[in-house]
Design a protein around this ligand. Structure first.
Ligand code: 0X9
Ligand code: ZN
Ligand code: ZN
Length: 429
């Protein structure tokens, strides 16, 4: 090992590289100054047509529903419009007579307001902040190594960009295989409250095991597999480049557009409805079922553990819904009435804490038909209790739910999740 000139050169190189990376990172951050989110209430075919035309003629981004293909009469549309077009779009909408409101005046300002819990130390992991992937990854390691009696972890594969996907298995150790529940968060990158919930769930499980009888009973009898961040590449991208990213970050040689919708990529009526085969769409279903490595990794894991997994819970945001199969068809699921009863009980438990209202029902009829989702896939595989949560809020902040709402949102969601898990525990099959 030589020192002197070489180490000086080496250090200079490091500094230059670092500066280079900083410059690149800064250059790539997308800002949203002056951009608005409109809420439209289409009640005529003409309104629907107009929204689709707008979508074709300028770069608007659908927050809800997720693409122009899903727009129909009588469902609210939350539309994100670039600054340069806001005046024109607003005028056109006004002239059409469609009811139009402004949900978010200035997206950049709202984005900065979202981080309203930035004290005391921005460098540490916090359950009431939106943590970066790097912080979550460190948290996964430390929480598993400090709770060896209740947590074990395994890597189920890597993401497209090579990040390890850790699944935490939470439960009292047992020599035989226990029945289990699979919980994932962060399928969609920009739904940050979802990712916050999985961390909250793990914390609550650990801190109430032994004191809360429901949690103790659950973890004694069952295991809960938690995937804290499903779409890690996308999540990291929302922290470092574009806050509004939804999809994975995979590349295809046939298109310059990046990523597929990881909730349109499952082998359940794949790409037949409410999904797009255009790689540039936010609801692109991918080049084939499970083309997204993250989806494949999770599907493989669930298939491998199929005989033990009794419930599949997946956390999204926003619109305060508790959904169950089906979304790829309007046909009712075989266990429709039980799924509905449990969903209503869970919604009621959730509401009891802060009065937050949830609507429950099968996906297709309750939000929109959309094929290739994880809930439908798990259900058709044989996981009877399959639920998609859409957490707070109903559009005031949308994906930019302030950090000050993490605690109340997670607390109320815990009640619904525990309601479902205790039903599952009492009705093992
Ligand atoms: O569209 C989705 O993937 C979910 N809504 S979100 O706003 N978070 O994107 C709803 C998923 C419901 N289930 C299925 N479509 N299978
Ligand atoms: Zn990172
Ligand atoms: Zn989602």
């Amino acid at each position: 090992m030589r020192i002197g000139e070489d180490s000086f050169t080496g250090n200079m190189m490091k500094i230059l590289l670092l500066l280079g990376f900083v410059a690149v990172a800064l250059a790539e951050v997308t800002r949203f100054d002056g951009e608005k989110v409109f809420r439209l209430k289409p009640v005529l075919d003409d309104h629907v047509l107009l929204i689709k035309e707008l979508a074709n003629s300028m770069e608007v981004d659908f927050w809800s529903p997720e693409s122009a293909d899903l727009v129909t009469i009588d469902i609210d549309v939350d539309l994100h419009v670039p600054a340069a077009h806001t005046d024109m779009v607003y005028t056109i909408l006004q002239q059409s007579g469609m009811e139009t409101g402004v949900l978010i005046e200035d997206l950049q300002a709202q984005m900065e307001e979202q981080l309203d819990n930035r004290t005391p130390d921005p460098r540490v992991h916090s359950y009431t902040k939106y943590n970066s992937w790097d912080k979550i990854q460190a948290w996964i390691s430390s929480i598993s190594s400090s709770n060896p009696d209740l947590i074990s972890r395994q890597v189920i594969g890597n993401t497209y960009e090579g990040r390890p996907m850790n699944v935490l298995k939470i439960g009292k150790k047992s020599s035989s295989t226990k029945p289990s529940i699979f919980l994932d968060c962060g399928i969609h990158a920009r739904e940050w409250i979802s990712t916050a919930f999985c961390q909250w769930f793990v914390k609550e499980a650990l801190s109430t095991y032994g004191s809360d009888s429901e949690m103790t009973g659950l973890l004694n009898q069952m295991d809960v597999y938690v995937l804290p961040v499903f779409n890690i590449d996308g999540y990291d991208f929302t922290h470092n480049s574009n806050r509004m990213w939804r999809k994975t970050r995979s590349r295809m040689s046939s298109s310059s557009c990046i990523g597929a919708d990881p909730n349109r990529n499952w082998n359940a009526g794949w790409c037949t409805t409410g999904a797009s085969s255009n790689p540039c769409s936010d609801t692109f279903c991918g080049s084939s079922p499970e083309s997204e490595i993250e989806v494949k990794n999770v599907a493989d894991f669930i298939r491998r553990n199929k005989s033990s997994i009794k419930a599949y819970l997946t956390i999204h945001s926003y619109s305060q819904l508790l959904l169950f199969p089906y979304s790829y068809t309007f046909e009712l699921a075989e266990h429709h009435s039980e799924l509905m009863t449990v969903a209503e009980g869970a919604s009621k438990a959730l509401r009891s804490l802060h009065g937050t209202q949830y609507t429950s029902g099968p996906g297709a009829a309750t939000i929109y038909p959309a094929a290739g989702g994880s809930d439908d896939w798990a259900y058709d595989l044989g996981v009877k209790y399959s639920y998609t949560f859409e957490l707070r809020d109903t559009g005031r902040y949308g994906f930019l739910l302030p950090e000050s709402q993490i605690k109340p949102t997670c607390e109320e969601t815990m009640l619904a999740v525990k309601y479902i898990t205790s039903h599952v525990q009492k009705n093992l099959y």
